[in-house]
Structure formats: C-alpha cells, structure tokens
Write a protein that binds this ligand. Structure first.
Ligand SMILES: [Zn+2]
Length: 117
C-alpha cells in the first residue's frame, strides 16, 4: 500500500512521492520519506482500504439489485435496476463516503520532512 505524500523543499520545489521513497530535489537536497510518521501512513492506508471496500460493495449492491429486478420484472426489471442502482450508489452513496474519507485524511497531521543535508 503506497501513500502519496508531497515534499516541499525550501528551494520552492514541490515533489510528489510515495511514503518510503527517497526523494532527491532538483536543487540537490535529499529527503528520506521513511521518516514519515508510521501512524500517519497506517491511517491513510486504512482510509484507502475502506474506499476500496466501498467500491466493491457497490458492485455487490448493483448485482443484487439487478437480480431483484429480474425476479420482479424479468429482463426489463434487470435492465432498469442495473443502471438505477449504479446511479444511486456512485452518485449518491459513494460521494458521501468519499467526502467523509477526505475529511478523515485532512485530520491527519502533516509531518515535516527535513533535508538530509
Ligand atoms: Zn529543492
């Protein structure tokens, strides 16, 4: 599980990396991002994993709705239930969860990484 981080160098450069990478800025400064607080990484990967679970859950919900639609109204029901459940899930339910996940991520304190030299 890789956690994206942003290293801000005093030279003004902004380097995007993954936690654990050793980043070298164009100005020559080196940053060892393994110094990123492991609690922070753990929390971020937890949120990432949860998002993945929600996406998988959406597929299951859409599948069940399609089967339900088929039982109730045959192929017409299935054909209507599939796009409808997808719409409800990805336009209604998922964005709400993602907003919450984004809020959770925002509460993680940003650690400062100092240049090695
Ligand atoms: Zn720099």
């Amino acid at each position: 599980m890789s956690v994206p981080i942003v290293v801000r160098c005093p030279c003004g450069a902004r380097i995007e990396a993954k936690a654990g990478d050793v980043v070298t800025c164009e100005c020559g400064r080196r940053y060892d991002t393994t110094a990123v607080d492991s609690e922070q990484v753990r929390l971020a990967s937890l949120i990432q994993r949860r998002n993945k679970v929600y996406a998988r859950l959406g597929v299951i919900v859409a599948g069940l709705a399609t089967i339900g639609g088929f039982i109730v109204a045959g192929w017409w029901g299935a054909g209507l239930a599939l796009p409808f459940s997808c719409l409800v899930w990805w336009k209604g339910v998922q964005p709400r969860w993602q907003r919450r996940a984004a809020a959770d991520l925002a509460t993680i304190p940003k650690s400062r990484i100092e240049a090695e030299r």
